[in-house]
Design a binder for this molecule. Structure first.
Ligand code: UGA
Length: 448
């Protein structure tokens, strides 16, 4: 089977490389010639462990190549995966589906044969039905081009593994031939036991939106409880463990801290609310605005903690460890860590940011912050150290090592990854979101 992947961003580049790994002949298409040239050399504009190697391997063995030509893939491929972006529309909550629409139109105009288009992009429910109309309208005479929906659930940082061994495969189609084709594409993971769900377009689209909304809700749920444990003096990590061991609840996505960010969860909960409103069901997804508010309040809270520990922010020197929205990523889109750094800076603090991979992206977005080349440089002059993204090298920090690098004896654990006692025993003033912190710090003065 010959397969094209339209759009070579995070999703598309990973999907194309993984299809080649599964043994297919694959062509990745992007309208950006510079991106295509870089990808052909295995150079990615983002950090994703294992992906550059996989691309290089399959470019070298000829199974994977890249193009900018719809005409080329139109006559060549049996199957076309749609992996273009659906960013938030400027000034609105809703997703911009114009790139998927353009891609389907371009494919329809350039496919002279029978083929199947398979949507993977995250879209508002109802989009696939509309795309089918676009396909119908622009289809070449005699060409038999179908559409199926197959949402993607990969996580940044684990993209290759998530694609090769997904938790589930969702197929939105009512055509047995299309289903058979897609089952052939995913034969390997299916053989390894990945369950397949076959459903209609709408449910397939909604599974994706609902999964991200549920994950965001789970994170905000535990973070809302942090607001309570902070006041009464409980420990949010133990609380999360206590509920997570209930098999009906499950322990994952209950890591309390600075909350969620990135290119997906924040955008997708906004898009789901916007879509629900369009459908006249504004009330059904209204709770997601609370989910978002709770998420943003954690950032305020981190700034508040810093202020309380330092007395005042103006002229205080703060080392912010972490800028990426999560570890093993250089993505700073909607990053809680970077947002806190900017808030501290705007409040008058002197902020030095260090992230093992995201410094470049962060400094492009916020050039006014100072960026350090390593932990040592970031903390050297600091009055306060804040761990805001849980990179391994920060999780492994110990008071013994850190106090060789800085005279600061104040630390905030924004991701609940450090052992409080270790720090307080070593004489540090320690604070964490949702946990008891240094005795000198009085709950009653905080206010939530
Ligand atoms: C998310 C979903 O997990 C994927 O399934 C989905 O395919 C993807 O969005 C997408 O729509 O493309 P991703 O954005 O890579 O993946 O990030 P996650 O690993 O889900 O983390 C999201 C955010 O939640 C991060 O900022 C992370 O730090 C935060 N988080 C996660 C917590 O604060 N606590 C947790 O317990 C878990």
């Amino acid at each position: 089977m010959k397969i094209s992947v339209v759009g070579t961003g995070y999703l598309g580049a990973t999907h194309a490389a993984c299809l080649a790994e599964m043994g297919f002949e694959v062509v990745g298409l992007d309208i950006d010639p510079l991106k295509i040239a870089a990808l052909a050399n295995g150079e990615l504009p983002f950090h994703e462990p294992g992906l550059p190697e996989l691309i290089r391997e399959h470019v070298a063995n000829g199974r994977l190549r890249f193009t900018t030509s719809y005409e080329e893939i139109g006559s060549w491929a049996d199957l076309h995966f749609l992996a273009v972006g659906t960013p938030q529309r400027a000034g609105e909550q809703a997703a911009d589906t114009s790139f998927v629409e353009d891609a389907v139109r371009s494919l329809a105009e350039n496919i002279p044969r029978s083929a199947l288009i398979v949507g993977k992009s995250t879209v508002p429910v109802g989009t696939a039905r509309r795309l089918q109309d676009i396909l119908q309208l622009h289809r070449r005479p005699g060409a038999d081009v179908g559409l199926a929906w197959n949402p993607e659930f990969l996580r940044e940082g684990f993209a290759v593994n998530d694609t090769l061994s997904p938790d589930r495969i969702v197929l939105g189609t009512d055509d047995p031939e299309h289903e058979a084709l897609l089952r052939a594409v995913y034969a390997k993971p299916i053989r390894q036991g990945t369950p397949v769900i076959v459903t209609d377009f709408e449910t397939a689209e909604l599974v994706k939106a609902a999964a991200n909304a549920f994950l965001a809700t789970k994170i905000s749920f535990i973070n809302a409880l942090s607001e309570i444990t902070e006041v009464v003096g409980g420990d949010i990590r133990t609380l999360a463990q206590g509920i997570g061991l209930d098999a009906r609840i499950g322990a994952s996505f209950l890591r309390a801290g600075l909350g969620f960010g990135g290119g997906c969860l924040p955008k997708d909960i906004r898009a789901l609310q916007a879509r629900a409103s369009e459908l006249g069901q504004e009330r059904s997804m209204r709770f997601l605005s609370d989910v978002e508010e709770i998420n943003l309040r954690r950032r305020e809270r981190a700034v508040h903690l810093a202020t309380s520990m330092l007395g005042e922010l103006v002229s205080s020197k703060i080392a912010v460890l972490g800028a990426a929205f999560k570890p093993n990523s250089d993505d700073v889109r909607d990053s809680p860590a970077l947002d806190v750094a900017v808030r501290l800076f705007d409040a008058g603090a002197d902020v030095a940011v260090y992230d093992p991979k995201a410094n470049a992206n962060a400094s492009r977005r916020f050039p006014r912050l100072t960026y350090a080349e390593n932990v040592e440089q970031a903390v050297a002059e600091a009055d306060l150290v804040m761990v805001l993204t849980e990179w391994k090298e920060f999780v492994e920090l110990s008071p013994e090592n850190l106090q060789l690098l800085t005279s600061a004896r104040k630390i905030i654990d924004g991701r609940n990854v450090l052992r409080a006692e270790e720090w307080t025993d070593a004489g540090w003033e320690f604070a964490a979101l949702g946990r008891k912190y240094a005795p000198a710090y009085e709950y009653s003065t905080i206010g939530v």
